[in-house]
Design a protein around this ligand. Sequence first.
Ligand SMILES: [Zn+2]
Length: 194
Amino acid sequence: MDPYLYLFFHVLSHALLGAVIAYCFLPRATWKDLMICLCSGALCGIIPDIFGDRSVAPWSHSILFTPLLALGIAYLTKLFYKKTSFKLFWGSSILSVLFGHLFLDYMGHDLPAFYPFSDKSYIMGAITLGDPWIWFPLSMGLGLSIFLRNKSKLPIITSILFIVGYIVFRIISKEIIEQKVQVQHKKFLKSHML
Ligand SMILES: [Zn+2]
């Protein structure tokens, strides 16, 4: 894939997952509220990368700094909503940064999850970022939910369940392949030692 296109879908996946999480929790009674809710969630989904790559700013990809990043966005969001409690924005923003960005990154590439206490990077490596099986269902779910306007969260919940199922499937496939490779490798070593 074209590297720019890959980057675009990578960022889109983060933004969509962040926005979808915000959609589940934040007020969206009017069009204005809906737009603020989606922008706030999408911003949470991409904020760790705004501070730079993991090699430049490892702290932004650490779960220990997630509440702090979310705090800034929650504060910004609260400026637009007067009646809703700040705790709700903070909680929702934490979830959007955590799942919309860090979880997705962890599934695709390495993550310094406990920086600065540990430099160890964690990676599941089950999906490639920009995977259409992530952004396509999410955009369909979000699109349908917006179209149905407040009547139902069903399309969005369905799209979340779909991508969770897909990720679990990818993790299991990866484990099976790795085990098979290990078995073959052992067989190969044995046959060459005899
Ligand atoms: Zn990232």
